[in-house]
Design a protein around this ligand. Structure first.
Ligand SMILES: [Mg+2]
Length: 311
């Protein structure tokens, strides 16, 4: 049965009415919770998510309309379908109920088959809403990720690096950044083809992802074969350790491509800022420029090495 396990909150001050409706809903496979007025229901909703709520109109403490208004005021991640139960006499006030945030209404006494049809509509709306949320999340990921490697793209870096720097300054934290560039990448493309080049980029992205701290550090593809690693709360010594570990891993882990082991190395430029109570204003551009300068030195002095600096 499709309805099994969907939580429903039933709000009614009439014990008899609650008993009947709750039995009907349970028989249809719903997981029913109950509240005797709007206030009690709001309290329940603070710690529980109910995809569907059935609420009576006239209740002590907080009535159905006040509940709908208060409930819709709080921001929710997932949608809740609100059905208002009202008596025949209350029918002319329905606009008020719908304006307060109810999606639908049912006249009391509730007709069982009508209730089931309304719940079916509710589930259809909820399904649509969740697939819409899923699509939005996918679109968001597509817009911030590099499709080849899955790491963040340049746009994400441009947008979020300034925030990271501001956060480090505000909370007086160390902050480091690594710019990494694969050595002789053009040669790989020229010798083995662009698919080999793509495989090498994916291979290196996986190594980077396995080296940095999850949830704290992040990496973006900066250019063709260039990556920027953002390391919040990391001082220069720690940043050097990360860069050196990465350099070593890449140099000692050839990329397997169509039976060939493609050897790769990478060069690194790092820039670190020590936590300070009165930090000099520094922009993302300045940090990237400084890291790029170090990277250039690493390249000029023989590649496969790390050159560090502080700002
Ligand atoms: Mg009532």
């Amino acid at each position: 049965m499709a309805d099994i396990g969907i939580p429903i909150l039933l709000i009614d001050d009439d014990r008899f009415m609650r008993a009947i409706l709750s039995q009907t809903l349970q028989d249809a496979g719903y997981l029913v919770s109950q509240a005797t007025n709007g206030k009690e229901a709001l309290e329940l909703c603070r710690t529980n998510y109910f995809p569907i709520i059935l609420t009576d109109w006239v209740m002590p403490e907080m009535d159905g309309i006040a509940f709908c208004r208060a409930f819709r005021k709080k921001t929710a991640e997932c949608y809740t379908y609100l059905i208002l139960l009202t008596s025949q006499e209350g029918k002319d006030k329905l606009i008020e109920g719908l304006e307060a945030g109810a999606d639908e209404y049912l006249l009391k006494p509730v007709n069982e088959s009508e209730l089931m049809v309304r719940l079916k509509t509710a589930r259809r709306i909820l399904d649509l809403e969740s697939s819409l949320q899923k699509s939005l999340e996918e679109i968001k990921q597509l817009s911030i990720r590099d499709p080849l490697t899955g790491v963040f793209n340049r746009g994400y870096l441009d947008q979020h690096l300034p925030n990271e720097i501001r956060r480090a300054d505000r909370y007086v934290r160390d902050f480091s950044l690594i710019m990494m560039d694969l050595d002789h990448f053009k040669k790989i493309n020229d010798t083995w083809g662009h698919q080999a080049g793509d495989a090498v980029l994916q291979h290196c992205s996986r190594i980077i992802a396995g080296t940095i701290r999850r949830e704290v550090d992040w990496v973006a593809r900066y250019g063709g074969e260039e990556f920027v690693l953002v390391l919040p709360e990391t001082e220069q010594a720690g940043c050097q350790v990360v860069a050196e570990r990465l350099r070593n891993l890449i140099a000692t882990s050839p990329c397997l491509y169509r039976g060939e082991n493609l050897s790769i190395t990478a060069s690194f430029g790092t820039v670190s800022r020590a936590a300070s109570d009165s930090p000099d204003a520094v922009t993302a551009d300045t940090m990237l420029y400084q890291a790029d300068q170090c990277l250039y030195q690493a390249k000029a002095s023989g590649r496969n090495r790390v050159v560090g600096s502080s700002l």
